[in-house]
Write a protein of this length. Structure first.
Length: 321
C-alpha cells in the first residue's frame, strides 16, 4: 500500500524524529515495497556461519536451532559458487526446504549487470523462489572523489534494477562500516532514490549503522526507510585489542547496539521482510581449522541458539513477533 507524505511525516513525528520545516531529511514519496513476505519477520541464518557443513546437514542444523529459513551464501567461496549456480543452487534450496525451512534470500557479490555471472545467478535464484539478494560492495576511488565515484557507479545500479524487474527479484545494498559505498547510508540512498523500491532497496544493518553513526543512526534509518526490505542482526562493542581501540563483535544483547530503541523506531517505518542473523564473534574456543566438524557444531549451535532467543525477545517486546 502506498503511504503518502503526510502519513509518513506523522509517523516520524510520533517518534520524536519529525521532519522540520525545510525538509532537512530528504523525502521522496515512493511506492512502498509489498509482496508475500511484506509483513513477515522470518528469521534466517546467514549460511556463511554454517559453511563447514554440506547442504542437508547445514539446513537440518538451522532447523534444529529454530531458524525460520536460510540466507544462502551465493558468492565466491560461499556455499554456492556463482559459476556453478545452475547445478548447485537447486540442490541447496531443495535441502533447505526438505528441512522445513524457507529460502527467501541470498548473499551475492553482484555489483555489475554486465558481469557474466550476474544473469545466471539472478535468473536461477528467481526461478527457485528466492525474492531478495544482497548485492556486493561498491568502492570509492578517492583519486576521482566521492561524487565522481557515485556518478560512475550509477549506471551499474540502473542496469541491475532493470534486471531485477525482468527476473522479479529484489536487490538489497547493505550498509557496512568502512570506506566503501554504504558506510554512511546516505550514499546508498543517493544511488537508489530515483528507483522504485519494488526492485531495489537496502538491507539495513543496525550494527554497522551504530558503528558509523553513533547517536545519529536514526537519521540514517529514516532517510533510507522507504527502501528497507531486509534487515541484518548482530552486535558489537568498542574495546582495546592489540594496543588500539577497535570494534569487537559480541553476541546479541551484549554489545552497544540499542535493540530496544532500534526496533521501537523501526516498527512504524518497516513494512516487514526477512531478517538475517550474522555471527561475527568467535563462537568456538579455538580456531575452527583445528577442530573437527562435530566439534565445531557442538560449540556453534548453543551460541546461535542463545542469540536467536535474545533476538526474539527484543522483537516480541517491540511487537514484531
Amino acid at each position: 500500500m502506498k503511504e503518502n507524505r503526510r502519513e509518513f511525516i506523522k509517523n516520524l513525528s510520533g517518534l520524536g524524529l519529525g521532519i522540520m520545516a525545510g525538509n532537512h531529511i530528504p523525502f521522496r514519496e515512493v511506492k512502498i515495497f509489498n509482496d508475500s513476505l511484506a509483513g513477515s519477520h522470518d528469521i534466517c541464518v546467514f549460511s556463511k556461519h554454517l559453511q563447514f557443513l554440506e547442504y542437508e546437514e547445514m539446513a537440518e542444523t538451522a532447523a534444529t536451532i529454530g531458524f525460520d529459513g536460510v540466507d544462502l551464501c551465493v558468492r565466491p567461496g560461499g556455499h554456492v559458487e556463482p559459476e556453478k549456480v545452475k547445478t548447485d543452487l537447486p540442490r541447496a534450496i531443495k535441502a533447505i526446504r526438505k528441512a522445513g525451512l524457507k529460502a527467501p534470500m541470498m548473499v551475492t557479490a553482484i555489483t555489475d549487470p554486465e558481469d557474466p555471472n550476474t544473469v545466471p545467478v539472478l535468473e536461477t535464484a528467481a526461478g527457485l523462489g528466492i525474492q531478495y539478494y544482497r548485492m556486493g560492495y561498491l568502492p570509492y576511488d578517492f583519486k576521482k572523489g566521492v561524487a565522481a565515484s557515485l556518478k560512475e557507479h550509477q549506471p551499474k545500479i540502473d542496469g541491475l534494477v532493470k534486471l531485477n524487474e525482468k527476473y522479479k527479484i529484489r536487490g538489497n545494498y547493505q550498509n557496512h562500516d568502512g570506506t566503501n559505498v554504504g558506510a554512511s547510508v546516505w550514499d546508498i540512498w543517493e544511488l537508489i532514490k530515483k528507483h522504485d523500491p519494488e526492485w531495489i532497496g537496502c538491507q539495513f544493518d543496525i550494527r554497522h549503522a551504530t558503528v558509523e553513526g553513533g547517536h545519529s543512526w536514526p537519521v540514517d534509518m529514516n532517510l533510507i526507510a522507504p527502501y528497507i526490505q531486509t534487515i541484518v542482526i548482530k552486535d558489537f562493542r568498542w574495546g582495546e585489542k592489540n594496543g588500539r581501540m577497535q570494534v569487537i563483535d559480541t553476541p546479541v544483547g551484549e554489545g552497544m547496539v540499542d535493540f530496544k530503541k532500534y526496533f521501537s523506531l523501526l516498527k512504524p517505518l518497516w513494512k516487514g521482510g526477512p531478517v538475517t542473523m550474522h555471527f561475527e564473534y568467535e563462537m568456538t574456543d579455538r580456531p575452527e581449522k583445528e577442530m573437527t566438524k562435530p566439534e565445531i557444531k557442538k560449540q556453534v549451535m548453543p551460541a546461535m541458539t542463545k542469540d536467536l532467543k535474545e533476538l526474539k525477545n527484543f522483537m516480541r517486546e517491540a511487537g514484531l513477533l
